[in-house]
Design a protein around this ligand. Structure first.
Ligand code: HEC
Length: 223
């Protein structure tokens, strides 16, 4: 008797073991703890399980009216204090020719200190130099790769007349929305960081102008 029941248990056990390996994708079988397999929280981009509330079944809702995107404004975090509520105002210029023009009025709200400039340079060399070049001559590694396949050349150097005339506010607008083949840097760098980078770009331009006016003066002296 004892032996028989052992055989029966053995047979049932092997039958389960063997058959559990065959899987019909359409019949997932028994779920012992469905809560473990199916999260109570809605999965990202899953259909909403509340068709009464959301007839369109979309679980990823647009934010409620008046929601302010974090770290999108132009007012920097004073002393990197992220609790300053004015930092959370959205960027106030729309992506339009009018918005671009209006951005000319914005001034760099950060103080021009050695520390800010050094941080601006550090960030510039990480985020901008690959295209704009370490010195701003539009000759970064990305730009010159594959025989200048990237559509960026000398006309985009920071030292053309048109680019020297760009205001800091306008440069901020460009980092906010991007421009042609340059993407937006709004998600990589917060407003504080972007103002520091722009401070550094302006310093490179000022150094260039200073150097070339002395060179021009020297030329005049020689003539
Ligand atoms: C992927 C390459 C790339 C990177 C990285 C990049 N840019 Fe640009 N940037 C461009 C290109 C290309 C243009 C010219 C766009 C046009 O006018 O067609 C440009 C234009 C600009 C201009 C307008 C003046 C000019 O040179 O034509 C500014 C200012 C600028 N970028 C700032 C920045 C800053 C600041 C960063 C770093 C946060 C940055 N860019 C990173 C590709 C890049």
């Amino acid at each position: 008797m004892k032996r028989n029941s052992l055989i029966i248990i053995g047979t049932v056990f092997s039958a389960i073991t063997i058959t559990s390996c065959f899987r019909d994708a359409k019949k997932p079988g028994l779920e012992y703890m469905p809560d473990m397999a199916h999260s109570v929280a809605v999965e990202t981009y899953d259909e909403s399980r509340n068709p009464d509330i959301y007839p369109d079944k979309m679980s990823a809702r647009t934010p409620v009216k008046g929601t302010v995107p974090c770290a999108q404004g132009i007012i920097p975090f004073k002393n990197d204090d992220y609790s300053n509520e004015t930092s959370y105002k959205p960027y106030h210029h729309p992506f339009s020719p009018e918005g671009e023009k209006a951005s000319d009025e914005d001034k760099n709200p950060l103080e021009k200190t050695e520390i800010n400039l050094a941080e601006g340079q550090r960030l510039f060399e990480i985020y901008c130099a690959p295209c704009h070049g370490k010195e701003g001559n539009a000759d970064g590694t990305v730009t010159i790769a594959n025989n200048h396949a990237f559509p960026m050349g000398a006309p985009f150097a920071y030292f053309t007349d048109a680019n020297l005339a760009l205001t800091e506010g306008h440069m901020f607008y460009i980092t906010q929305y991007g421009r042609n083949s340059m993407g937006s840097y709004a998600s990589q760098l917060n407003p504080n960081e972007r103002w520091k980078v722009i401070m550094y770009v302006k310093k490179m331009q000022a150094d260039y102008v200073a150097k070339n006016t002395t060179a021009a003066k020297d030329d005049k002296k020689k003539a």
